[in-house]
Design a protein around this ligand. Structure first.
Ligand code: F6R
Length: 589
């Protein structure tokens, strides 16, 4: 989703900004722009589309800033790309978030200002311009920003004053300082790791002013605060983020899963896990909050907590939190799950639950992110940077941590570690060239020609079915639906036609016979059954054998779902790591 990158006091600011934007690319975007301060105004370059091998033609400057835009208000055009300038071209803005009251603000400005874009962002720059005569630049920005509704992060620049104001109520924004005392801003911690020595993520309600290379921190109500920068997170500074010889980040990240799962199994007794186990044991009830794949991990969490610990937890998609929040009480505990830790639909519920006095814990991959900062206890996923937009290793890490937690609450910690190790071994086999050649390669041509396909599972395998269908949709752009096997007869079966492929997740557990019976119902109507199991069955037209790992079998099954989606997408020539319309970090509501 939208990304901001800015630098002050760099001889060649535009180069640094363009490189910074390239590091934000993985978050997903559809247009971009860079600007530098030059002779009391700005030189700007903006383009619809990807940065690719683009070079800029901007002059040398000591202050530069840029933006990757993921369109919300207005189409994907050069004009709608950020930065935006005021009518006099003396102030400029880059913005992440949504200005919810932009229409109302625009109404009163339209007669006196020329709007060059359809964005909500441009409204703020004209509000500032309109009020600039009455106050200093910094105060004008502060007052204007306070008039905005919604969750926003902005950088506003004055070319005359050589001043930058950063303000935030929602989207992530991190201040960094290089060893040469140059200041940087980015919406992504990882992008600062190679250049910033020290960082300070801005909290909501804060404002930073950079002028003459001095930096000051304020609250949005104008009160001065002490600014302390901390060493950039070791996790990111120590890890090289490249494809490591793999064709795509997704392939590399799938191959990292056995190592990630082994590490989680081996470090199951860490302090934060013990703390979380205590919270879960003592809580009357609990709720998982997550979005997308992290929501499916949450659903797996409800089954795992019930099975191992006889704890009845519910799971809610962060964006539907408002529907359950009236029933929450302070005796409940929450576990928020997020790879990025910046998904606004998870961060906002976490804040609300804290206000209600609930215990709010988190499973997060990006330490230093908003969620990790506000949770009472955070367990780092330790999956390492995940660059492909579609989540793989972060999702299996989430589920692995949930297995550790559930088995620890149920006093079966060693058993939990044991099944994770079995899952690791099973996944290693799935990732071999032999497995690809013998089992996956023959099935890919069938999948690649489909318009629709289905995935079914029961119990632990229900989230597996949902997740596998999501992967196929996200990267192969094939319409795929995941269902609980038992739901078939309640509607979905109407869609089965001769030749429709249906993937059946059938672990060797208490649900095996029932899910095979569901598969028979589909097959009787012409569906082609692709069975994923350790146990063959005559109902499966195609059988993909997967080593059993007891309750952790959903992990290797999810990996088969990932591999089917990946190779289908490769065959269809899709943009695997950056699928169309998607963003890695969803920082707007
Ligand atoms: C699926 C995917 C998304 C994310 C969702 C939540 O492959 O990547 O569905 O799982 O956007 O993101 P995080 O985990 O960062 O909160």
């Amino acid at each position: 989703m939208c990304g901001i990158f800015a630098v002050t006091k760099q001889k060649n600011a535009a180069d640094t900004v363009l490189n910074g934007l390239k590091q934000l690319e993985y978050r997903g975007y559809d247009s971009w722009g860079v600007a530098v301060v030059t002779h009391n105004t700005f030189a700007v370059e903006k383009h619809a589309g990807k940065i690719g091998a683009s070079v800029h033609s901007l002059p040398q400057s000591t202050m530069g800033f840029g933006h990757t835009r993921w369109a919300t208000h207005g189409g994907v055009t050069d004009a709608n790309a950020h930065p935006h300038l005021d009518c006099t071209k003396r102030i400029a803005i880059v913005h992440n978030g949504i200005i919810e009251n932009y229409q109302e603000l625009k109404k009163s400005l339209k007669k006196r200002h020329t709007f060059r874009s359809e964005t909500d962002t441009e409204v703020l720059i004209h509000v500032i311009e309109e009020n600039l005569q009455k106050n200093t630049f910094v105060e004008t920005v502060r007052h204007a920003f306070q008039r905005l509704h919604g969750l926003n992060a902005v950088l506003v620049f004055s070319a005359e004053d050589h001043t930058l104001v950063a303000a935030k109520t929602g989207s992530p924004l991190i201040l960094g300082r290089t060893k040469d005392s140059e200041y940087l801003f980015s919406s992504d911690l990882a992008s600062l790791s190679t250049i910033a020595e020290k960082v300070r993520p801005l909290e909501d309600g804060e404002m930073v002013v950079v002028r003459n290379n001095t930096v000051r921190l304020y609250t949005l109500s104008g009160k001065k605060k002490t600014l302390k920068l901390a060493t950039a997170d070791a996790l990111f500074s120590s890890q090289k983020v490249d494809k490591g010889g793999y064709a795509h980040f997704m392939l590399k990240e799938m191959h990292e899963q056995p190592r990630v799962i082994r590490h989680i199994a081996e470090s199951a007794q860490q302090k934060n896990t013990t703390e979380l186990v205590a919270h879960i044991k003592h809580a009357e009830r609990g709720v998982f909050v997550g979005c997308g794949s992290a929501y499916y991990a949450s659903l797996a969490g409800t089954a795992l907590f019930a099975h191992f610990a006889q704890k009845q937890w519910s799971a809610v998609q962060g964006n539907e939190y408002h529907a359950i929040s009236p029933a929450l009480t302070k005796n409940m505990t929450a576990l928020c799950i997020s790879q990025s830790g910046e998904t606004i639909d998870v961060v906002e519920p976490a804040k609300d639950m804290k206000k209600r006095g609930m215990h709010v814990d988190a499973l997060v991959n990006v330490m230093g992110s908003a969620l990790s900062r506000l949770a009472d206890t955070t367990i780092p996923l330790t999956a390492g940077p995940e660059i492909c937009v579609a989540s793989t290793k972060a999702l299996t890490a989430m589920i692995s941590h949930l297995i550790v937690l559930a088995s620890a609450v149920g006093r079966k910690c060693v058993y939990g570690q044991g099944i994770l190790k079995k899952a690791e071994k099973s996944i290693e086999t799935l990732l071999t060239p032999q497995y690809y050649k013998r089992y996956l390669a023959p099935v890919i041509p069938l999948l690649a020609k489909q318009k629709n396909m289905f995935y079914i599972g029961r119990g632990f395998s229900y989230p597996t079915a949902l997740e596998s269908a999501l992967k196929m949709k996200e990267i192969a752009y094939i319409h795929a639906e995941g269902f609980a096997g038992g739901e078939l007869k309640h509607g979905m079966i109407a869609l089965i036609e001769k030749g429709t492929p249906c993937v059946v997740f059938a672990p060797d557990d208490a649900e095996y016979d029932a899910v095979v019976a569901n598969a028979m119902e589909i097959r009787a109507r012409g569906g082609v059954m692709i069975g994923i199991s350790s146990k063959p069955n005559s109902t499966f037209d195609i059988f993909l054998p997967v080593g059993d790992a007891q309750e952790a079998t959903l992990l290797p099954h999810i990996v088969v779902g990932q591999l089917l989606a990946y190779y289908t997408a490769v065959r269809l020539g899709r943009d695997i790591d950056k699928p169309r319309n998607l963003a890695k970090s969803v920082t707007v509501k």
